[in-house]
Write a protein that binds this ligand. Structure first.
Ligand SMILES: C[S@@+](CC[C@H](N)C(=O)[O-])C[C@H]1O[C@@H](n2cnc3c(N)ncnc32)[C@H](O)[C@@H]1O
Length: 254
């Protein structure tokens, strides 16, 4: 077993002050303004962000063989692909997909230095409109929550069909608790996390308003149901912090 990847995500170094500004994106969108500061936003807004990327890249580096394909759906600025590219020992095909042209442009720049040793393909495309190539491992971090609820099952089915037998699917989400007390507690701790990471209460409130009806969470049970319906087995919660969770599952082997 290879150790966990120790690489750090390489951010652009720009601080997320978007919700301090006079003009901020309402409703929230992954535009140029957001893409520029996204690496800092993710680090300060997603608990266990680096841990979850280390878990996913560590699993990928242990599971994938030379010539395997890894797909990252909703890859944003390419941080996870960059962590894998900088630590993997074999030649892989790494595919990233994101529908935001601004995210795509940053990912392309960030990953260009690895192109000589690794086959990296980036697509500026909508997951719901694009078919996926055959892959051994697919990841989707914090992207399902931005898709219409009714279309999320299509992603599970699409990923299942694209995976080789025994292939791995990992996804991370901000999930909803079916119990209002536990949901309120998770929200309370999450807002404390954001304050500890330098966001003011007004930034927190403005972003919450911007994300209303844009980021729509499902529950763990709903995601598990979608995974089972698509055919996945071995569904497990790999990491959990308040409302943030990383799930892992496999396609049936031969
Ligand atoms: C919260 S960010 C994902 C973060 C990234 N996976 C990470 O861990 O750093 C969500 C991303 O999903 C992308 N996205 C949203 N809807 C999409 C769709 N239908 N197809 C492709 N990408 C999509 C957005 O452009 C955005 O970059």
């Amino acid at each position: 077993m290879k150790p966990l990847c120790e690489a750090q995500p390489e951010g652009l170094g720009l601080k997320d002050d978007i919700f301090q500004r006079e003009k901020y994106p309402v409703p929230f969108e992954f535009n140029h303004q957001v893409a520029e500061v996204f690496d800092d936003m993710a680090l300060r807004s997603i608990p266990q962000y680096v841990d979850s990327m280390r878990f996913i890249s560590g699993l990928a580096c242990n599971f994938l063989r030379a010539g395997s394909t890894f797909i990252d759906l909703g890859c944003s600025t390419g941080s996870l692909l960059q962590m894998i590219a900088s630590s993997v020992q074999v030649r892989l095909c790494l595919i990233g997909m994101d529908c935001s042209p601004s995210m795509y442009a940053i990912a392309k720049k960030k990953l260009s230095k690895y192109q000589d040793n690794i086959d990296i393909r980036l697509h500026c495309a909508d997951i719901l409109q694009t078919s996926l190539p055959t892959a051994a491992f697919v990841n989707a971090s914090y992207v399902l929550q931005f898709l219409p609820v009714g279309s999320r099952i299509e992603v599970f089915t699409k990923v299942y069909q694209s995976l080789e037998p025994g292939g791995v699917f990992v996804f991370s989400e901000k999930v909803l608790s079916p119990c209002s007390l536990l949901q309120d507690t998770a929200t309370f701790f999450y807002e404390a996390f954001k304050r500890q990471h330098g966001y003011s209460q007004s930034e927190i409130e403005r972003k919450k308003e911007a994300l209303d009806n844009v980021l729509v969470s499902s529950s763990t049970a709903e995601y598990q149901q979608m995974a089972l319906q698509a055919g996945f087995v071995n569904f497990e919660v790999a990491l959990k912090w308040g409302p943030f969770a990383t799930f892992v599952m496999r396609k049936k082997g031969i």
